[in-house]
Design a protein around this ligand. Structure first.
Ligand code: SF4
Length: 189
């Protein structure tokens, strides 16, 4: 069942919020299912080198070879309009969430945020909820970052990158400062 905060999501949002919305899932459900899909594909690529595995996850190749991997493939759409979009790290390792809410900010429930406060991060605020919006951030879709933290176990990257404590799906670091549009305006990135 799609939670109310996802039903009100706008079109210009990014993963995993967009995936969750499209499939009527919670964040946790999306992460669990994506981990399985990812693992099945990587399992079949044992004969390839790490660089070849990364290249295999190029958007164009994935769209034609694994059309069910992403709902955007069928619509011939990308989450980010960049050349050489790579889908290996879909579900960024810096994305943090809690389906029950991370904390309250100005009376609204924060459900997700960027753990590194990337300067391109955005937020999507509805009446009573706040979500991380990664529409303007391409960091996990660049081969350079994927190579930096590469593992054939997607969930291992998701767990170990940044300040996470190894719990899958990504756990919440309670000391992280969550920046909304309002607090962003008051403080430097
Ligand atoms: S990174 Fe690839 S799989 Fe993920 S949303 Fe974008 S197009 Fe879809």
């Amino acid at each position: 069942m799609l939670p109310p905060f996802l039903r009100r999501s706008p079109k210009k949002i990014s993963n995993p919020l967009r995936h969750a919305k499209d499939f009527c899932m919670t964040y946790s459900q999306w992460y669990q299912e994506h981990a399985l899909k990812h693992a099945k594909i990587v399992e079949k690529l044992a004969h390839l080198s790490d660089d070849e595995v990364i290249a295999y996850f190029d958007y164009e190749n994935m769209k034609s070879t694994h059309p069910d991997f992403c709902p955007l493939y069928g619509m011939n759409q990308k989450c980010h309009d960049i050349d050489k979009l790579n889908c290996y790290l879909c579900g960024c390792p810096y994305f943090r969430y809690d389906d029950n809410g991370v904390q309250k900010v100005h009376g609204k429930t924060v459900y997700s945020y960027c753990s590194i406060n990337a300067k391109e991060r955005g937020v999507f605020e509805s009446g009573d909820s706040i979500h991380c919006n990664c529409s303007e951030c391409t960091l996990p879709h660049r081969a350079g970052m994927i190579k930096k933290c590469f593992s054939r176990k997607w969930e291992q990257i998701i767990c170990s990158c940044g300040d996470q404590d190894g719990v899958f799906p990504a756990s919440i670091n309670s000391s992280t400062t969550i920046k909304t549009e309002e607090t962003k305006a008051k403080s430097p990135a």
